[in-house]
Design a protein around this ligand. Sequence first.
Ligand code: TYC
Length: 101
Amino acid sequence: MSDNDTNLKQATTTKTERPRLYKVLLVNDDFTPREFVVAVLRAEFRMSEDEAVKVMMAAHQQGVCVVAVFPRDVAETKATRATDAAKANGFPLMFATEPEA
Ligand code: TYC
């Protein structure tokens, strides 16, 4: 590369932003059995029994709680699959997604 080429080069900064992450939220309801919520958390979010019980109880007591954080497509797929699994069993259990702050 000649000096001339170097002199003409623009100074550029490449800023690589991390893809935004999304929270999967578990919403409480009055109908879905606790054990069913635990089973869905274990199956869809690969939680241990203890983890799943803690998350289920957090939603039960607070109304809503964060299950996990993923890239958008993963968060949406898991929330949909988990909500659909409940619907297929006649329960109103809801998982939602929301961008991380
Ligand atoms: N509140 C439900 C019950 O008492 C259990 C439950 C917990 C349902 C968490 C949904 O996200 C939930 N059977």
